[in-house]
Design a protein around this ligand. Structure first.
Ligand SMILES: [Fe+2]
Length: 472
């Protein structure tokens, strides 16, 4: 609920409302319900609604023993784009500014326009930071990258003789931002690269958990991460999923959160011929069925749902949270976030991203495969960007801010999409791909993709120990 709508609701009922009361309502889980409760609790003596009125209104609702979720970053209700050219320019400028800012801490770079081609220059060691606009192999077997910053563009050359450097350069993709240091050729038209710096997670990065806010006793609470449930598909593994839901009720660990990283339902019209593989052909019925399963999840577990490319929101990323029409189908304590979204639970930051960009990364970077999705996710962390390649499988909406830039380093990166399982640690970040609850589809059989279904990742939010559990 937007703040102006809250003000409007109270104005329509004949009340003014103070800004901090608006903020308080806006920060709660179900603002619409709270507005109704507060309005019912007011009498004629009230002219301006303040925080105190909100509290007394809130008390009428039953206390929920649910843990809180702090949404640190999410596109929902913040979309600015209409798709004009100027927006793309602004989008890429924001990407460049923020990623080059991360690199600038480690490289003293000069603007590209200061390297004037054709002019004699004596730079043995010069650094620039640029967005990669082209990458190709020359006839001599070298790799030529074109780097762009807001002042100009410049070609840089990597020779195969330095193996590590060559390997790094081979994995560089279009539109990522890198820093390079090297020497200029005599005519000043080309740089021979000596080192490449990616934004990356700093080597000294040491995860320090914030102070615990929940009073869950000595035992730290646990989160369960899943993805790609695909309710409605005729290959949805209903028995395994029901077994999983039962486990949430029976397990000995204090599970307080269930996070779903997209594709909760199979959707409709997602790929040609999908109608032949659907058990439930109507998307709302699919969500109703999903809501029925989630209703059986114990009441003290907070469910967080992000969308994926099969869900009923815009396909262009970043995707907003599921619309109200669908949210209203679910129990009212579910937290709906966008894709991607950075949340904080029990002092642990979890970056949720469905993971569509893995299709592009796996197809482009050498030695990546669908069977090892965590490797592709580590490539995102190295680039501090969830979807570096523009114009591939991910359709990116040109928001004013690049929501894929990984500014704040998460404790956990949680993806799905590829329907295979992965669990790794990279420079202190736990990387989890939570797999799927769908067996091999006809489409996957044709493209030879072997899914690894019916897994859930369980995370101890205190120690950050993570393990995968199988339900099949
Ligand atoms: Fe999926």
């Amino acid at each position: 609920m937007h703040e102006s709508l809250i003000v409007e609701e109270f104005a329509n009922a004949g009340y003014q409302i103070s800004p901090d009361a608006v903020a308080l309502i806006d920060s709660c889980q179900s603002p619409t319900t709270l507005v109704e409760q507060v309005l019912q609790s007011l009498d004629d003596s009230v002219l301006v609604v303040c925080r105190e009125h909100i509290r007394s209104g809130d008390k009428k609702s039953p206390e929920k023993p649910l843990p809180g979720v702090n949404i640190l970053s999410d596109i929902s209700n913040e979309s600015t784009c209409v798709g004009e050219y100027a927006e793309f320019v602004r989008y890429f400028r924001d990407r460049y500014t923020r990623l080059s800012g991360i690199i600038r801490g480690r490289v003293t770079a000069r603007p590209i326009e200061s390297l004037q081609a054709g002019r004699r220059q004596e730079y043995n060691s010069v650094s620039i930071i640029g967005m990669v606009s082209d990458t190709k192999i020359t006839s001599n077997g070298n790799r030529l990258l074109e780097l762009e910053d807001p002042t100009g563009s410049f070609p840089v050359l990597v020779r195969p003789s330095d193996r590590d450097l060559w390997d790094t350069a081979s994995g560089i993709v279009h539109d990522e931002v890198i820093g390079v240091t090297g020497s200029l050729t005599r005519d000043g038209r080309l740089m021979i690269v000596k080192s490449i710096v990616m934004p990356d997670i700093p080597n000294h990065h040491n995860q320090q958990l914030g102070a615990k806010e929940t009073g869950s006793g000595d035992e730290s609470s646990h989160a369960v991460l899943i993805s790609d449930v695909h309710v409605g598909s005729n290959t949805f593994l209903e028995d395994a999923f029901c077994e999983f839901i039962d486990y949430l009720g029976d397990c000995s660990e204090p599970v307080r959160y269930l996070i779903i990283a997209g594709d909760l339902v199979d959707g409709v019209g997602v790929y040609p011929g999908q109608e032949h593989e659907l058990k439930i052909p109507d998307v709302y019925e699919q969500y109703k069925c999903a809501a029925k399963y989630l209703k059986k999840v114990p009441k003290n577990i907070r469910i967080i749902i992000a969308p994926g490319n099969h869900d009923a929101v815009r396909l262009a990323e970043p995707q907003p949270a599921l619309p109200e029409k669908i949210r209203s189908i679910f129990r009212d304590d579910v937290v709906f976030v966008g894709n991607p979204a950075l949340i904080e639970i029990d002092g642990v930051r979890i970056l949720i991203y469905h993971g569509r960009s893995m299709d592009d990364l796996i197809a482009t970077i050498p030695n990546m495969s669908y069977q090892h999705p965590a490797q592709a996710m580590i490539e995102m962390l190295k680039r501090r960007h969830l979807a570096p390649m523009y114009g591939g499988r991910v359709s990116i909406a040109p928001e004013t801010k690049d929501h894929f830039v990984i500014d704040r380093i998460p404790h956990i990166l949680h993806c799905g999409h590829v329907h295979t399982v992965g669990l790794e640690r990279y420079k202190g970040v736990t990387v989890v791909n939570a797999g799927t609850w769908q067996s091999q589809t006809e489409f996957q059989r044709r493209v030879n993709l072997v899914p690894v279904p019916a897994y859930a990742a369980i995370v101890d939010l205190g120690a950050l120990d993570t393990r995968m559990i199988r339900f099949a």
